[in-house]
Design a binder for this molecule. Structure first.
Ligand SMILES: NC(=O)c1ccc[n+]([C@@H]2O[C@H](COP(=O)([O-])OP(=O)(O)OC[C@H]3O[C@@H](n4cnc5c(N)ncnc54)[C@H](OP(=O)(O)O)[C@@H]3O)[C@@H](O)[C@H]2O)c1
Length: 351
């Protein structure tokens, strides 16, 4: 048997329950991973609250990524893994478990010198940053003045997006939610204060102009936005011609408490920013969106994407906080507050 966190009915963080689940022998193409760490993603919070459209119907186990050690290999064709290998994996839900029978196509060996905690902080963040900025944002095709705006630069995805910019020689300008995160980015990522905006609703547009002027840039070539209104329009306005605004999350929809306030969400939804396609033609700008979960069914494309992104010399991921596995609701509650600098993880305790 394994243990897993199960959300019987989405809608409230307090509905999560830890349960024993059967663990059959791995079949052909599978390996059994004894999970060490589960990576938390904002999508987990939205799924548990019933606000994520890709969530399976009925009860489900949250979790999109993990690390661990191969315990058993299924019979038949070669998987490329053997007992004792340290691995990191992607899963379309089911990640908050002590053991996972994983389809080997979604597992990768851990880069040498990385810990299991660092490994569980990597796959979703790095793929999101790379897919968004390179596949959609075409960052490698920018010229030497390429300028990229990134929201939540100190978060899991943000820290990887900064490394993608560094790799392709683009100038990143980021927003963060607090002074503490600004100091963290200066220290850990070598950013200058001129590259960081501590977001406030009122002064945001002015701050953007100030930063662009400081670096003598006319606007942004790529905007990497997982927050949305009220920052969307000021950013869209400052896209250069041929610029791309990549929209891939809506942290602004995060409810305050343990469950959604649907009246407030409905108001927010109706009041969200909208773009006129005719205006996009005349200003020569693009708005694009993506959900990485779509790539899960595109195995060959995912493999190519992973290989391409491993050309980057990634730093070992930065971990903000590790909660014991049995404290998943507390970990989600903490993560939901948005004060994390780096990744939040669950660690499976040894029995
Ligand atoms: N489309 C996709 O396929 C895909 C895949 C992975 C992640 N994402 C999105 O990418 C974003 C970053 O994901 P992550 O897992 O790496 O998370 P993260 O950046 O580690 O944490 C989320 C960050 O969102 C910011 N935030 C802004 N408003 C917030 C609010 N009202 N409540 C809580 N946080 C708020 C906070 O940073 P600051 O306050 O510093 O800005 C917080 O640290 C998320 O929005 C996520 O949904 C999308």
């Amino acid at each position: 048997m394994a243990q897993a966190w199960i959300q019987k009915s989405a809608g409230n963080l307090n509905n999560l329950r830890i349960r024993e689940i059967p663990l059959p022998e791995p079949v052909e193409g599978e390996v059994r991973v004894k999970v060490s760490h589960c990576g938390l993603n904002l999508a987990d919070v939205f799924a548990v609250l019933g606000l994520y459209s890709a969530t399976p119907k009925g009860s489900f186990i949250p979790g999109l990524e993990y690390s661990g050690v191969v315990e058993e290999v299924g019979p038949g064709k070669k998987t490329g893994f053997k007992k004792g290998d340290s691995v990191m994996g992607l899963t379309r839900f089911g990640g908050y478990a002590t053991h996972i029978n994983a389809d080997a196509r979604y597992l990768r060996k851990i880069p040498s010198k990385w810990s299991l905690a660092q490994a569980a902080s990597f796959p979703v963040q790095a793929l999101t940053a790379y897919y968004g900025l390179e596949d959609q944002g075409a960052i490698s095709r920018m010229d030497s003045t390429g300028t990229v705006f990134i929201h939540s630069g100190a978060g899991g995805v943000g820290l990887h997006a900064l490394q993608v910019c560094d790799h392709f020689g683009a100038l990143p300008i980021v927003s963060v939610g607090s002074n503490a995160k600004m100091e963290f980015l200066e220290k850990e990522m070598g950013l200058s204060r001129d590259q960081i905006i501590v977001r406030t609703r009122r002064g945001f547009a002015l701050e953007l102009d100030h930063k662009l002027k400081r670096f003598n840039r006319s606007g942004f070539d790529v905007v990497f936005d997982a927050i949305g209104a009220p920052y969307f329009k000021p950013l869209y306005k400052r896209l250069n011609p041929a610029g791309r605004l990549i929209y891939f999350g809506s942290a602004n929809f995060m409810p305050q408490g343990n469950k959604p306030n649907f009246a407030r969400l409905a108001w927010q939804y109706l009041a969200r920013d909208k773009i006129d396609p005719l205006e996009m033609i005349s200003s020569n700008k693009a708005v694009m969106g993506f959900n990485l979960i779509w790539l899960y069914s595109q195995v060959d494309r995912l493999k190519r994407l992973y290989e391409d992104m491993m050309e980057i010399k990634w730093k070992p991921p930065l971990v903000d906080r590790v909660f014991p596995f049995h404290q998943a609701p507390q970990a989600l509650e903490y993560f939901k507050q948005g004060s994390n600098k780096g990744k939040v993880l669950l660690q499976v305790e040894e029995n």
